[in-house]
Design a protein around this ligand. Structure first.
Ligand code: PEP
Ligand code: MG
Length: 312
């Protein structure tokens, strides 16, 4: 790894057709990586909450949703400004009930037998509509008052077009127009979203999708990503997962929907090669994998181009 890093460091940063984005949540990480990437491909809003030490539940139960909105504006503004005009894909809250109990107010979270497939993602955002609206109001302030139009908004753990439709209606009702004021997209991290992507595109309209290979693999293979006993089966390269990804990319291309990936697999050079072959638009990687993946993508794109030229 060290040798590879040295070789990579000695080559100049090359512009790739496939965009390389970073997975980053905090301003200090974003500052470090901003010149090396084409954008931030995944900013998990839960991490902003984590740093703030108060569970969203606390704001909701104490009638302090405006404080929640202001906290989000403050923290997101810093990151959007550092990256401007490069895009920052912000994912709406994807809080699992087992994860943030130690935050103030978190102790009142319900107990679930299977939190991984429980109350989180867009289903929870829609159940707790006031909390979702508070997030949307933060986005509106950032775009309309602060001029930070590099904000892209992404919904997690989608399983149906109806969920995306409802979320889009709520966003519109808060005075923010998806597709115009913000790029609006979804995570494809459930087999349901992958298999019904065309319905989502046709019935609702989205600007982009991002594959969450962590959950997509877990749910397609029936392998608990937190269970050490089955870790060896957690394979993002499994033909079933790759078939879903390939199919979704084809459908998205047909409809002009931008495709990206933000699961851990994107940080693996072999997986990045596969994604370039499948024609993905962007790959999000961990900060320490940016250079290696950029180099791999550059090589792969050159190879594909040369193969094509040779066939002319
Ligand atoms: C994923 O599922 O691949 C993903 C990026 O989301 P998270 O890891 O936050 O579940
Ligand atoms: Mg996920």
């Amino acid at each position: 790894k060290e040798v590879a890093r040295k070789i990579v460091k000695s080559t100049p940063l090359e512009i790739t057709a496939t965009k390389i984005m970073a997975i980053a949540d905090y301003p200090e990480t974003v500052s470090k990586v901003k010149d090396l990437v084409d954008g931030i491909g995944l900013l998990r809003m839960e991490f902003l909450v984590l740093r703030n030490r108060k569970h969203p539940r606390w704001y909701l139960e104490n009638n302090k949703l405006d404080e929640f909105t202001n906290m989000l504006v403050e923290r997101l503004e810093e990151i959007l400004r550092i990256m401007y005009p490069k895009p920052v894909i912000v994912r709406t809250l994807d809080m699992r009930t087992d994860e943030y109990r130690n935050l103030e107010g978190g102790e009142r979270e319900p107990k679930e037998a299977n939190p991984m497939i429980g109350w989180h993602g867009i289903r929870r955002d829609l159940d707790q509509e006031q909390l979702f609206r508070a997030q949307v109001r933060a986005f509106k302030i950032l775009v309309k008052e602060r001029g930070l139009n590099n904000l892209w908004v992404m919904l997690p753990f989608v399983i149906s077009w109806e969920e995306v439709y409802r979320a889009k209606e709520i966003i519109k009702s808060e005075g923010l127009i998806p597709g115009k004021d913000i790029k609006f997209g979804i995570m494809v991290e459930t087999p349901a979203a992958a298999l019904t992507i065309e319905d989502i595109i046709k019935n609702v309209g989205i600007d982009f999708i991002s594959f969450g290979t962590n959950d997509l693999t877990q749910l397609t293979l029936g392998v608990d990503r937190n269970n050490e006993m089955v870790q060896k089966l957690m394979d993002e390269g499994h033909p079933a997962v790759v078939k879903l990804i390939s199919r979704v990319i084809k459908i998205c291309k047909k409809h002009g929907v931008y495709t990206s990936l933000c699961g851990q697999a994107g940080s693996r050079p072999d997986y990045a090669e596969l994604l370039v072959k499948l024609g993905i638009d962007s790959i999000s990687v961990n900060v320490d994998a940016v250079e290696l993946v950029r180099e791999t993508v550059t090589r792969m794109e050159k190879k594909l181009l040369l193969d094509k030229i040779r066939k002319l």
